[in-house]
Design a protein around this ligand. Structure first.
Ligand SMILES: Nc1ncnc2c1ncn2[C@@H]1O[C@H](COP(=O)(O)OP(=O)(O)OP(=O)(O)O)[C@@H](O)[C@H]1O
Ligand SMILES: [Mg+2]
Length: 271
């Protein structure tokens, strides 16, 4: 089979894991950094196709390609920028955008996770390989075991930089952390990313981040069957799992958040 050569024409964007280039005919190629595992790339491509097939607004992978020895995924090109960029230009409409994002998060969770890895297993592994004391790890994994599995399509990295504002509406990108699990776990994950993830951490921004996370969470709950009780139940295990890979700001505030979440469900705290 002869495939047309890929020619990255214009550099579009650069993220933590990859660089994006326009390749013409309404397509882009996402070229991954060497540090990204094969498993992550395969999952991102598969999950985007699955999400697209389930009716989630997204750019579904067209094919896997390598270019100049670099591994890539070809996607349809989306017009516009991320919701983060959009909010910077339209700060007064942030509440509306976050509300809409919450609706999309809830709609995503109405789709099933298909053959994606079970989220509870991912959380248990991350807790077990994370830095928490063994006694807490054991107690947390036993607690996690009792929570419902859930079988929803979960994104795992649903934040302002992974949703694009296009003329066709918001579109979800970057599916490398997708799994099949409980919607509340994915809601907690977004809350943490918005409040304590990578980004500026001056006090004004922190106030805004906390407000924005609340706004997104409220909209998600309003549009779904997820309750505040569910969020409280999942928060300690999702936060503990995040300790394994966390390389982001507001560490003291995050540790207080984690301890409060553990205490709320009767698990041992870190301090
Ligand atoms: N299909 C697309 N069409 C146009 N631009 C895109 C598309 N997908 C991604 N982008 C742009 O490329 C940027 C990086 O994409 P993406 O979030 O998938 O990469 P990443 O390296 O995994 O990012 P992160 O920094 O979150 O790890 C996005 O913020 C967006 O601006
Ligand atoms: Mg991204």
């Amino acid at each position: 089979m002869v495939t047309d050569p890929i020619v990255p024409q214009h550099f579009l964007a650069s993220g933590a894991s990859a660089e994006l280039f326009d390749i013409g005919e309404g397509r882009v190629i996402k070229l991954f950094r060497d540090s990204v595992s094969e498993e992550m790339i395969a999952r991102e491509a598969d999950a985007s196709v699955h999400a697209g097939a389930c009716g989630v607004p997204t750019a579904a992978a067209i094919e896997r390609r390598t270019w100049d020895g670099r591994r890539g995924i070809v996607y349809p090109r989306l017009e516009g920028g991320t919701v983060m960029d959009w909010i910077r230009r339209n700060p007064m409409r942030a509440g509306w955008a976050l509300g809409r994002m919450g609706d999309i998060h809830a709609a995503m969770h109405r789709a099933g996770g298909g053959t994606l890895r079970p989220l509870k297993q991912v959380l248990a592994t991350d807790i077990a390989y994370g830095p928490a004391p063994v006694a807490l790890q054991r107690a947390a994994i036993a607690y996690l075991d009792m929570l419902p599995d859930g079988e929803a399509l979960t994104h795992g990295d649903f934040h302002l930089g992974n949703v694009m504002m296009t003329p066709q509406g918001m579109m979800v990108i970057d599916w490398s952390k997708a799994a099949a699990g409980h919607p509340a776990a994915d809601g907690v994950r977004s809350e943490m990313l918005m409040r304590f993830g990578i980004g500026p951490t001056d006090w004004v921004t922190n106030l805004w981040r906390d407000w924005a996370a609340g706004r997104l969470g409220k909209s998600h709950m309003k549009s779904s069957a997820v309750s505040a009780h569910d969020i409280n139940a999942w928060r300690p295990v999702v936060a503990l799992a995040w300790l394994r890979a966390r390389d982001a700001g507001r560490t003291p505030a995050f540790m207080r958040y984690l301890d409060k979440a553990l205490q709320q469900v009767g698990l041992p705290t870190l301090r």
